[in-house]
Write a protein that binds this ligand. Structure first.
Ligand SMILES: Cc1cc2nc3c(=O)[nH]c(=O)nc-3n(C[C@H](O)[C@H](O)[C@H](O)COP(=O)(O)OP(=O)(O)OC[C@H]3O[C@@H](n4cnc5c(N)ncnc54)[C@H](O)[C@@H]3O)c2cc1C
Length: 451
């Protein structure tokens, strides 16, 4: 960093601000010394070895004197998924964002490399595809989301890229997107971008791809050759009042119209035509569905998402309310404990809680989940409460990020010192955090239970 100052890349004042930010970010970590480890005993089974599962196992290992932890997960690779946006925009290479799953498993934790197919919550048993039955005393249900490709006609994950239609929701899709985004910036054309109408992980990601596509055209002096449009399944572009005005302003400044209440239903990749429905509900609750199509030269879309099927099939999902449709695990939004079975905890993307599905949210859910699980194991009343904190670094251009941080009440919860930066605006310091700091923090601290 000192070298950047010496070489004139950043000023001394910027250097000092970065150091202040680094201090703030590290201080915001959740590391606990666990000086007094708990004597609590019990077989803990964790379904899913992603951001939530591995970091949970690592923290539990540090918190328990005699940990008995099993992770069930079929993956060979651990992906840092927030890096997919940066692969799709040419900042990272595809191999920058993964490590072998075996290297991420905490030592001493038993890994069953398999898929959980059903949970029997009244019998404390999990069926697996190849390894028979696994018994537990306490279950941590963190299998992430399922991408529901069946809800978009005309394209599958394998055919992403056909007809110049892409999604970065998956490593291969992210890698295919960069050459197409680059070509759009160089040649111009009509670009359409959309999110989806289900709950989904990182709602910022499709906006980032839209804004970075625009920025590629700007870098190529081709703004007069592009025509861009953003379709959202929501009632507005973004719903956190502290950040919404600036984000909407950016779309206006860049002449990117935003159409609300629009659901992608299919793509005709040979005709480069996207099929949407506009779903509007009036004051009496009557719904009007209006189909329409739009042509494109370059398209980025998001796939509808739901909980993995076995969650619902095991009777662990919401059955009423607005989370019932997609099978999300029915947990209390503060304690993260299942509402029917109090030896089950769920958090991360699979949890049916009204916050944004991000690894930033997991970082704050994790200590709550650990503390409450240990309380349950010790026979105490679980008292730790999650406040809904989530963060979404919305990359607005190469070099700038609007760092949205908020809680259940959609109130801003800013980590950076506001005396140094106005965080309602995009900032270069948040870009440095996104591009250089968060990935090493993920692999070296979070997955080791240290952050
Ligand atoms: C394109 C994109 C951009 C993103 N950008 C950001 C960002 O900028 N900031 C941010 O904070 N977050 C971002 N996220 C979201 C973040 O990556 C996720 O919220 C986080 O990874 C979720 O962690 P998880 O452990 O709940 O699920 P995952 O990390 O997805 O892990 C789920 C695990 O469960 C396993 N599993 C699934 N089914 C089963 C089964 N039946 N049996 C056993 N194991 C199973 C899977 O193999 C997987 O290992 C982004 C995500 C994407 C896709």
């Amino acid at each position: 960093m000192e070298k950047l100052v010496a070489d004139g890349v950043i000023s001394r004042a910027q250097f000092l601000k970065i150091m202040a930010a680094a201090g703030v970010v590290l201080a915001a970590g959740t590391d606990k010394a666990y000086a007094t480890k708990s004597n609590a005993k019990g077989r803990i089974v964790i379904i899913g070895g992603g951001a939530a599962g591995i970091s949970m196992a690592a923290q539990l290992k540090r918190a328990l004197k005699n940990p008995d932890i099993t992770i069930i997960d079929p993956s060979d690779r651990q992906y840092y998924q927030p890096g997919f946006t940066l692969i799709a925009s040419g900042v990272y290479q595809p191999d920058d964002v993964w490590k072998p799953q075996a290297d991420c498993m905490p030592s001493g934790v038993k890994w069953i490399k398999d898929v959980a197919t059903l949970i029997h919550p009244t019998q404390n048993r999990v069926d697996t595809a190849k390894n028979g039955v696994v018994e537990y005393d306490f279950l941590v249900l963190v299998p992430g989301v399922k991408y529901d490709w069946g809800r978009i006609e005309g394209i599958t994950y394998e055919t992403v890229g056909q007809g110049n239609a892409y999604t970065i929701y998956g490593p291969e899709g992210a890698a295919k997107t960069w050459p197409a985004m680059k070509a759009f910036g160089e040649k111009g054309g009509k670009g359409i971008f959309c999110d989806t109408y289900t709950k989904h992980k990182c709602g910022g990601a499709p906006k980032k791809i839209c804004l970075l596509s625009w920025d590629n055209a700007r870098k190529n002096n081709n703004l007069d050759k592009i025509d861009m449009h953003y379709y959202t399944g929501s009632k507005q572009l973004y719903n956190v009042p502290y950040f919404t005005p600036r984000l909407e302003e950016i779309y206006k400044e860049r002449n990117i119209p935003v159409d609300i209440n629009c659901r992608l239903k299919g793509i005709d990749t040979s005709a480069k035509k996207a099929y949407f429905e506009r779903v509007e509900t009036d004051a009496e609750g009557n719904k009007t569905v209006t189909p329409f199509t739009d042509d494109y030269d370059f398209m980025h879309f998001m796939v509808p998402q739901c909980a993995p099927d076995f969650v619902r099939e095991s009777g662990l999902s919401w059955t009423e309310g607005n989370l019932a449709a997609d099978g999300w695990a029915m947990v209390d939004k503060h304690s993260l404990i299942h509402l029917t079975y109090d030896n089950i905890i769920s958090f991360g993307d699979c949890a049916g809680i009204p916050t944004s599905k991000t690894s930033a949210a997991i970082r704050k859910q994790l200590p709550i989940a650990v503390e409450n699980l240990i309380a349950l194991m010790e026979g105490r009343t679980p008292e730790a409460k999650y406040d809904g904190y989530a963060a979404c670094p919305i990359v607005t251009e190469y070099g700038k990020v609007l760092m949205a941080e908020f809680d259940y009440d959609k109130k801003a919860q800013i980590t950076f010192p506001l005396s140094l930066w106005d965080m309602s605006q995009e900032q270069w310091v948040a870009w440095l955090l996104k591009v250089y700091a968060l990935k090493p923090i993920y692999f070296n601290l979070m997955l080791k239970g240290l952050y």
